[in-house]
Design a protein around this ligand. Structure first.
Ligand code: HEC
Ligand code: HEC
Ligand code: HEC
Ligand code: HEC
Length: 163
């Protein structure tokens, strides 16, 4: 027997190493795999539930307009009517679910410049301004209503009447 193994021993050792590796892989795989893996194919079905449990941070424009109904009238005819409220106001689902969570008013100038600062990479048709030269860099909402920038500022009386 000994002389039979003489020239092949290294092969058996190699084979043993492979078998050891495969056994280790099978054990680690059995320990690490989530229980429901494979029920719906190469996938963990529990991931669907996990994602469904996540609370959305954006409420969406239809939700905003349910309460802020005046905004439909105020935005009528404006190109800004097409923009989602939360593009400027950022995620407000907590406020939409409970209005006593008061949102911070966005800083008009900072937010306007995100979209309207002139940049050669933007389509030529998109309205762009150089904030240094456009109206001497004055505060944007002194001349443009954020919700209807084609119009001048709302009269204070209009703002008061709404309250
Ligand atoms: C359930 C009704 C409701 C929903 C939905 C709602 N709001 Fe409001 N929102 C209110 C009320 C009421 C106030 C007034 C709170 C106050 O003046 O103290 C308010 C105030 C605000 C203010 C602050 C006004 C200020 O004076 O500074 C902003 C901005 C605002 N909402 C934006 C939004 C946006 C954007 C959405 C959609 C994501 C939204 N709201 C959804 C009821 C709602
Ligand atoms: C282009 C950016 C922009 C969009 C889009 C936008 N807002 Fe505003 N909103 C502002 C800014 C800037 C202010 C703060 C104005 C100020 O301080 O004078 C503001 C203020 C407000 C206020 C409080 C003051 C007021 O004018 O009544 C409410 C309420 C409000 N937004 C609701 C909404 C809702 C609802 C929508 C979606 C229908 C919306 N906004 C879409 C920029 C935006
Ligand atoms: C999320 C991006 C975004 C933000 C933020 C934004 N705008 Fe706009 N704005 C637009 C889009 C989109 C249009 C429509 C462009 C078009 O179709 O020609 C527009 C149109 C305009 C126009 C009309 C130009 C015309 O052709 O008559 C003015 C003025 C304007 N915005 C000013 C402002 C001001 C002031 C602010 C800040 C309160 C602001 N915008 C914030 C995206 C934005
Ligand atoms: C003193 C008043 C005033 C101030 C302040 C002002 N604007 Fe204007 N803006 C105007 C007038 C008037 C027009 C229309 C005439 C023109 O295009 O020059 C205009 C036009 C625009 C346009 C459309 C440009 C186009 O090519 O169609 C955009 C976008 C704009 N403004 C954004 C802003 C932003 C952003 C700010 C703040 C950084 C701002 N404006 C500050 C008065 C003002």
């Amino acid at each position: 027997m000994r002389h039979l193994m003489k020239d092949k021993e290294h092969l058996f050792r190699m084979a043993a190493l492979f078998v050891g590796g495969i056994v280790l892989f099978v054990i680690v795989r059995a320990v690490m795999l989530p229980k429901d893996f494979g029920k719906l194919g190469h996938y963990r079905p529990g991931a669907l539930e996990d994602n469904a449990k996540r609370v959305p941070v954006f409420a969406g424009k239809p939700a905003c307009l349910e309460c802020h109904t005046d905004m439909i009238e105020r935005q009528k005819g404006s190109k800004h009517a097409a923009i989602n409220c939360e593009a400027c106001h950022w995620a407000l689902s907590k406020h939409a679910a409970d209005p006593s969570v008061k949102p911070v008013r966005p800083d008009a100038k900072a937010i306007c410049l995100v979209c309207h600062t002139a940049n050669v990479a933007k389509p030529k048709k998109f309205p762009q301004i150089d904030p240094k030269t456009h109206m001497e860099g004055g505060p944007c909402n002194e001349c443009h209503q954020p919700h209807h920038p084609e119009k001048g500022p709302e009269k204070p009386a209009v703002q008061e009447a709404k309250k």
